[in-house]
Design a protein around this ligand. Structure first.
Ligand SMILES: [Ca+2]
Ligand SMILES: [Ca+2]
Length: 203
């Protein structure tokens, strides 16, 4: 069917992606060529995905975070990212609407994909985020959020949850929209700072 290695992009997929993203046909074709160049097999394996992260964050340990991100993009859970999943991910992280980004953030934190987030799941993602922050940068974090446990505690408190409670998708999105502090705590903006620093060092 359409998705052969010869570089053809099926019409159905093209129409599907055009209606689900803001990309034009030309852009989608260009992305597809770039995608095939990087991944001639037509899909990205978890290992390949991890190695992309490793390339971007040579001084950190991005493996766990990369695995979580991979899971959140692998919508059919088959262990690879096909072109559609790749484009949806790209669109979401670069030009998606806030609400779509928050839906994605929810799926990132919902590790077991059961539709709600436990405190343990928050802790697991926060831990993987901490692995990507250099020791030096961790020293500059505020006292009450400078370990994964403390940060998890703080997020959990912001949501007004007790130990065994769960957060639904609706609560998650509303909480983050209502409270900029939650957004800051669940997000992962530190690598940008690290990258900037590395660039400065090179000069
Ligand atoms: Ca997949
Ligand atoms: Ca869950």
């Amino acid at each position: 069917m359409g998705n052969s290695k010869s570089g053809a992009l099926s019409k159905e997929l093209l129409e599907d992606l055009k209606s689900n993203t803001t990309y034009t046909e030309e852009q989608l074709y260009a992305w597809y060529q770039a995608f095939l160049k990087e991944c001639p097999s037509g899909c990205i394996s978890r290992e390949q995905f991890e190695s992309i992260y490793a390339r971007f964050f040579p001084d950190a340990n991005p493996k766990a975070y990369a695995q979580h991100v991979f899971r959140s993009f692998d919508s059919d859970s088959n262990g690879t990212l096909d072109f559609k999943e790749y484009i949806v991910a790209l669109h979401l992280t670069s030009s998606g609407k806030t609400i779509e980004k928050l839906e994605w953030a929810f799926s990132l934190y919902d590790v077991d994909k059961n539709g709600s987030i436990t405190k343990n799941e928050i802790n697991e993602i926060v831990k993987s985020i901490f692995n990507m922050i250099s020791q030096e940068d961790q020293k500059n974090l505020p006292e009450d959020e400078n370990t994964p446990e403390k940060r998890t505690e703080k997020i959990w408190d912001f949501f007004g949850k007790r130990e065994k409670d769960k957060i639904t998708e609706g609560e998650f999105i509303k909480g983050v929209m209502d409270n900029k502090n939650i957004l800051r705590l669940i997000q992962f903006d530190e690598p940008q700072k690290i990258q900037n620093r590395m660039k400065q060092k090179k000069q």
